[in-house]
Ligand binder design. Structure first.
Ligand code: NAD
Length: 368
C-alpha cells in the first residue's frame, strides 16, 4: 500500500489526550506492518479559536482536503460557550463535515464480551452484539427548507421544518449500507416511516430499486422507525446494517450506543464520495470535567482508527488485529475509570494506550 497521510485534529478537552494514545497505534502499525503512514496536525474547535480567532481555519480545511483520512479528537468546552454561534468550537466540526460533504455517518454498536455487564440491558440481549447504524448526515429535516417559526394573524405561532430527500441522496447512502453489509453479514434493514410520510415512502422505494438493480445478493428488509426503536432494545442482534435518514439515524444511533455500555467505547466514521477523506472520531465530546487528568478512555478513538484502517485503507486484517487487541486488554481486566468494574485493574489514559500497543506486539510475536 502506498504511504497514506493522516491528518490529526486533536481539538479540545480530552481530544488531544485520546488522539495522542491513538498515534502510538498508528506508529506501531507503521513500524510493524506493510502499512506506511505520515501524519500532521492542524487546529480545530476552541483551541483553533484561541490560536487564530476561528474554530475552522482555512489552513485546516486545506490540510483536510489533502489528507487520505482524518482522525479527530473532540471539540467544545465551557470556555467557549458564550461566544457567538459562528465562532463556537462545534462550528469547526460542522464546517469540516459540510465542506467535505460527508453524507454517511457510520456508527458501529459492538458489545465487547468483557463489558457486557456494564450495559443497562441484560447480558443475553447484548453479549456478542455487532451491528452498524448508517445515518444520512447532510440532508433531511435538519437541512430542509422552508423552516422556521412564524406568528400568525391571530397571534398564535406556527413552527415548521421540511423533510426532504432527492432520489440520488437516498441511493448514495443506501449504496454505502449495501457495500458495508457485503463485507459483514449481508443484511440491510432500511428504516423509514413510509406508512405516514411520503418522503420516506420514496426513500423505501429508492432503496428497494437500488437493491433489485445492484444488490440482490444482500438480504434487504424495511422497518418502520417506531418498531425499529423497540426492536433495538428487544432483540438488537437481529440486525446487521441499519440504514436510515438523518433524524431517525440521530435517535436510533444513540439508542444503539447505549447497548454497548459506555460512551468511551464508541467509534464513528463520517464518509463522503470516493476520493474524499473520511473523518474518524469518537462519539463522545471533549469531556471538560475530566480533561488533563489522564483518566479519559482512549478506546473510542483507537477503535475509530480501526474503522479508518477498514474503510479508508481497506486494511481489514490490521483492523481486525487492532479490535482483537482491544478485546484482549479488556479481557485482561484493564479498565479506565469510566468502565471500571469490581475486581478489575484501573489504568490511566496513557497506560491504556500502552496496553493496546503491548497486546498488538504480543499477538505479532505469537503469530511469528
Ligand atoms: P461529553 O461526551 O464530552 O461527556 C459526557 C460525559 O461522559 C462526561 O461525564 C465525560 O466525562 C464522560 N466521557 C466522555 N468521553 C469520555 C471518555 N473518553 N472517557 C471517559 N469519560 C468520558 O459530552 P458533554 O459533557 O455533553 O459535552 C462536552 C463538550 O463536548 C461540549 O462542549 C459539547 O458541545 C462537546 N461535544 C463535542 C462532540 C464532538 O466533538 N464530536 C460531541 C459531543 C459533545
Amino acid at each position: 500500500m502506498p504511504t497514506k497521510h493522516i491528518l490529526l485534529l486533536p481539538g479540545d478537552g480530552i481530544g488531544p489526550e485520546v488522539v495522542a494514545q491513538t498515534t502510538k497505534i498508528i506508529d506501531w502499525f507503521g513500524a510493524n506492518s506493510e502499512l506506511k503512514f505520515t501524519t500532521s496536525s492542524a487546529l480545530i474547535g476552541g483551541s483553533a479559536y484561541d490560536a487564530v480567532g476561528t474554530p475552522f481555519p482555512a489552513e485546516t480545511l486545506a490540510a483536510a482536503k489533502k489528507a487520505d483520512a482524518i482522525l479527530l479528537g473532540a471539540v467544545g468546552g465551557h470556555k467557549w460557550e458564550s461566544l457567538d454561534i459562528s465562532k463556537r468550537p462545534e462550528r469547526g466540526l460542522l464546517g469540516l463535515r459540510k465542506e467535505l460533504e460527508l453524507f454517511a455517518n457510520i456508527r458501529p454498536a459492538l458489545c465487547f464480551d468483557a463489558l457486557a455487564d456494564a450495559s443497562t440491558l441484560k447480558r443475553e440481549i447484548i453479549a456478542g452484539l455487532d451491528i452498524v447504524i448508517v445515518r444520512e448526515l447532510t440532508g433531511g429535516i435538519y437541512f430542509g427548507t422552508p423552516r422556521g417559526v412564524e406568528t400568525l394573524a391571530d397571534g398564535t405561532r406556527r413552527g415548521f421544518n421540511t423533510e426532504v430527500y432527492t432520489s440520488p441522496e437516498v441511493t448514495r447512502i443506501a449504496k454505502v449500507a449495501f457495500e458495508l453489509a457485503a463485507k459483514r453479514g449481508s443484511r440491510v434493514c432500511s428504516v423509514d416511516k413510509a406508512n405516514v410520510l411520503e418522503c420516506t415512502e420514496m426513500w423505501r422505494e429508492e432503496v428497494q430499486k437500488l437493491h433489485d438493480r445492484e444488490y440482490a445478493h444482500i438480504a434487504l428488509s424495511h422497518m418502520y422507525v417506531d418498531n425499529a426503536a423497540m426492536q433495538l432494545l428487544r432483540n438488537p442482534k437481529q440486525f446487521d446494517v441499519v440504514v436510515t435518514n438523518n433524524m431517525f439515524g440521530d435517535i436510533l444511533s444513540d439508542i444503539a450506543s447505549q447497548l454497548t455500555g459506555s460512551l468511551g467505547m464508541l467509534p464513528s466514521a463520517s464518509l463522503g464520495n470516493p476520493g474524499t477523506p473520511g473523518v474518524y472520531e469518537p462519539v463522545h465530546g471533549s469531556a471538560p470535567d475530566i480533561a488533563g487528568k489522564n483518566i479519559a478512555n482512549p478506546l473510542a478513538t483507537i477503535l475509530s482508527f480501526a474503522m479508518m484502517l477498514r474503510y479508508s485503507f481497506a486494511a481489514l486484517r490490521e483492523a481486525d488485529r487492532l479490535e482483537a487487541a482491544v478485546r484482549q486488554v479488556l479481557e485482561q481486566g484493564l479498565r479506565t475509570a469510566d468502565i471500571m468494574q469490581p475486581g478489575m485493574k484501573q489504568v490511566s489514559t496513557h497506560e491504556m494506550g500502552d496496553a493496546i500497543v503491548k497486546a498488538l506486539q504480543q499477538a505479532q510475536a505469537l503469530a511469528a
